[in-house]
Design a protein around this ligand. Structure first.
Ligand SMILES: [Cu+2]
Length: 112
């Protein structure tokens, strides 16, 4: 009974802190690895500041070559093994999802 309660508390703790960790710190310079998805897939950035995002694709999957953030009208081609630098400034707070060419792998920019 007590074990169960502790387990639940542990789960809640993990769930909320885990979610926060997943989003990471607010950064103006982030490197995203593109391989079987995006790592990190959640990037928190400050609104109104210039931000540098460096994408490196090491996965031969064709559709990962295309990187797009529709709400920002950004579309980039990611050649294998090359760093592609994206500089952007988002003035409006909010969430800006990105995805691959076929919309199967996803990530998100969160401007705070
Ligand atoms: Cu895809």
């Amino acid at each position: 009974m007590l074990t169960g309660a502790l387990g639940l508390i542990g789960f809640i703790y993990w769930f909320f802190l885990g979610k926060r960790d997943e989003a990471g710190e607010i950064t103006t310079n982030v490197k995203v690895k593109v391989a079987g998805g995006y790592s990190p897939a959640l990037v928190r950035i400050p609104a109104g500041k210039e931000v540098t995002i460096t994408l490196t694709r090491t996965d031969p999957t064709d559709c990962l070559e295309e990187f797009t953030i529709p709400d920002l009208k950004i579309k980039k081609s990611l050649p294998m093994g090359e760093e592609v630098v994206l500089k952007l400034k988002i003035s409006k707070r909010g969430e800006y999802p990105w995805h691959c060419g076929m919309n199967m792998y996803h990530g998100k920019l969160i401007a705070v």
